[in-house]
Each structure stands twice: as C-alpha cells, then as structure tokens.
Design a protein around this ligand. Structure first.
Ligand code: ACM
Length: 413
C-alpha cells in the first residue's frame, strides 16, 4: 500500500518536470533504472592503499553474492551486472568513482567502502541523484541519510555489552587509541559516555594518521600510564603494526589487553595469530559462528576465493546485503527498478544471515544485529565469549539523547 502511493508520487513528479522547466535539474529523468534484462550495480571497495587490506575482502564477498544470485537465475530472470572500481583508499577517488558509477554507468545501487571518511566523500553523489549506497561497515552513527542502507554495527551494537564487560573483567582505566578521522572520534565519544556512567577513567586519548605504522611512542605512553584496557579504533594496516609492536614490546594481554572494534579475522591473518592472541573484539559476527547459513557462507567463500581465506564482521554484511538487495528488487516489476523503489522495498526486509536473523529498520535504514564479544586465538580464529540473546536495535544517535533517525529524517524528540 505504502509502496504504491510512493510510486504514484514519483510518477507524478516525473510528469510535471517532463512538461516544462528544462532549466531545472531533473532528478527523476536522470534516475538510474534497470534495463534490457540486466541490473547494473557498482562495487566500490579499495583493492589498493591503506585499507585495501580489508576492502579487498569486501569486494570478494560482494562478488560471491552476486555470482550466487546470477547462478540461481538472477532476479526475476534479470542478471546482476557488477561494475567494479578501485578507489585506492582515497576519499577523493571514492567520490570520483561513485559519480562514474551513478551518473555514467547508471547503476541502481552501489555496494561499497570501509572507512567513514570514504562514505562521507561519496554521500553527496548518492543524495544529489537519489541513488542508493549499501554500506557494510561498522561505523560511528550520527548519520540519517535516505540514500544509504547501513548493514554494519553502530556504537550501541558494539559497545553496550563490551564496555561493562571490560570494566568488570579488567578494570576502569582505559587508554583510547584511534586513527585520526571521524569514526574513531565518535566511537570514543560513545565509549567515554559509557565509562563515565560506570565510574571509569580515560588515562589518554590519542589519534594517529591513517596508515600510521610506528607505534613506539604510543607504546611508551601506554607503559607509563598503566591502563587496564587499551581501547583501539585504529584501522587498516595500522591494526597490524600496533599488535605486532605491542607484542614485540613484551606487553601482556592478560594484564593489559587491547579491546578493539576493528580487529577482525582479516587483520589477524595479516599480523599472524600470535600477535593477536588474548586480545578482544566486539562485533556481530565471527567466522567460527555456528549456524547452517554461516557454514554455507564460509564454504562458498573458500571455494570461490581460496581455502586459506577468512570471513569476518565486515565481509559478512558485504555478502548478506547483496541478498537483501535481491529480496527487495524481486518485489518490483522490471520497469520499476530504480533506487527510490528499491529503498521502499528494502524497508523492514528480514533475512537469515550467517550471524543470525537480521532486519533492516524501516525508520533508520540501519540493521538489527547480534552483538558478540570474542577473544583472538593464536590459530587466527576467535573464541566467542558472549552472544546477545536477541537481535539489537540499531541506535545511530545513541550518543546524542533527544535525536533519532526516522523515516522523515533526523528528529529532535
Ligand atoms: C569506519 O571508518 N567506519 C571503520
């Protein structure tokens, strides 16, 4: 019912613009649309540069899902055609490639990116053309765009159980170390609020440039401030360098562990399991998760990309969001497949993902997920220590009481 009245509205706007006002930019006539038995989608993950280490695996998970859908007959008989671009871990190149995919190639959706810096860089492209960006990465929240489907965790879904658990098991003194951009700063903002409510203390808050690989002065400061927990939101190559240098400095994870929101099986494979062992991560998915859906995902991923490859908490949403896209698009008539109709159809979509039963929140376009806490093992896998008993509502404005993301946009309660 809701979708039908929306479609009527879109058609009416198109008719008005078509009869005049040629000087006004016509969003509806420029709207990307599926055609000729094909549905073009963009795949925008860095294959090179500082976050290539993780984004390359997001590209692989996305292509695997696209191939599965095509092998099973496509979407109502239409094939998905992926157009792959490498934005090389550079926000300006992300924006340029996004423009090419949306304006030039007329993709009806783009699956992409790891860092929030790159998501912020492409956002105007999607908002201006009313296109759809499918973002699989954990991020800081505080965004409410009707042009993004957010399938990764927001702070309440990674920290609500993690911070009290760390305080209880290790103590109240935290050292916050992050890469220098919006994501770590907002996550730390949330962490500080949680710590404050638990009587905790931040002994230092420090940011290093993206791609930073020399942590000796950070480690000296950690030694002298003697925190109970090192709360890490460094990303990309820096995760590997920080863990290796922590180990080389002879620090002990049993006394002063790193608690990370960004260290997955992927970074652990790059640094070697010994450097990761004994440190903690909170996320909705770990490769060892036991479910028929995850067994199928892991087996298919290894079959397609190599037996030595790992899956992790950003590749899993990269994979399931393509299947969510399929579920939404198969409800539409071929001539109706445009970004706004896909957005309407994805609202409230549910799926048995490898991590569990997930749902796209119809108000915020963020996803209900299953938080877990796990400890890295020397064999490169994680041991899951706690799992939430229910899916958890995404609250992208949890750090900003009074604000919430609704279907009508950001509102002040
Ligand atoms: C991130 O930048 N959202 C990890």
């Amino acid at each position: 019912m809701k979708r039908r009245s929306f479609l009527k509205g879109a058609a009416a706007t198109g008719a008005i613009v078509a009869t005049g006002f040629p000087h006004i930019w016509n969003k509806n006539m420029d709207l990307a649309r599926a055609a000729d038995g094909e549905i073009k989608v963009g795949v925008l993950f860095s294959l090179t540069g500082t976050t290539g280490i993780i984004e390359e695996s997001l590209n692989k998970a996305t292509l695997l899902a696209i191939e599965e859908i095509n092998d099973a007959g496509g979407i109502n008989g239409m094939r998905l055609v992926p157009i792959v671009e490498d934005p090389a871990s550079d926000p300006a190149t992300f924006a340029e490639k996004a423009r090419k995919l949306v304006v030039g190639d007329k993709c009806v959706s783009v699956f992409g990116s790891y860092t929030s810096a790159s998501r912020k860089a492409v956002l105007p492209v999607f908002e201006r053309r009313d296109n759809l960006y499918w973002y699989p990465t954990l991020y800081e929240g505080r965004e409410c765009s009707k042009n993004v489907i957010y399938t990764g965790a927001v702070p309440n879904q990674q920290q609500n159980e993690f911070i009290p658990w760390l305080v209880q098991n290790f103590g109240k003194k935290f050292y916050l170390i992050g890469s220098n951009y919006i994501y770590p700063k907002e996550e730390n903002n949330y962490c500080k609020k949680m710590l404050e409510s638990l009587g905790g203390e931040v002994v230092n808050e420090e940011y290093v440039p993206l791609g930073h690989s020399e942590f000796s002065s950070v480690i000296n400061k950690i030694r002298s401030s003697e925190p109970n927990v090192i709360f890490s939101t460094v990303v990309g190559d820096s995760v590997v360098a920080l863990h290796r240098q922590y180990r080389a400095a002879g620090l002990d994870p049993q006394k002063m562990p790193m608690a990370s929101l960004t260290t997955s099986e992927n970074e652990v494979a790059a640094m070697g399991g010994e450097a990761a062992a004994g440190h903690f991560t909170s996320a909705p998915y770990f490769m060892v998760h036991k479910s028929p859906e995850n067994e199928r995902f892991v087996a298919a991923y290894k079959r397609r990309w190599g037996d030595d490859k790992v899956t992790h908490f950003v590749s899993e949403p990269s994979y399931f969001q393509v299947h969510l896209f399929k579920q939404a698009v198969e409800q539409l008539a071929p001539s109706d497949i445009t970004p706004p109709t896909i957005r309407e159809a994805v609202k409230g979509q549910e799926l048995m993902a490898p991590q569990g039963h997930i749902r796209v929140d119809p108000e915020s376009l963020h996803t209900w997920l299953w938080p877990k806490i796990a400890m890295a093992r020397a064999d490169g896998q994680f041991e899951v220590l706690t799992s939430s008993s229910d899916w958890l509502l995404p609250e992208p404005y949890a750090a900003y009481p009074g604000q919430s993301c609704t279907e009508a946009g950001l509102v002040q309660k």
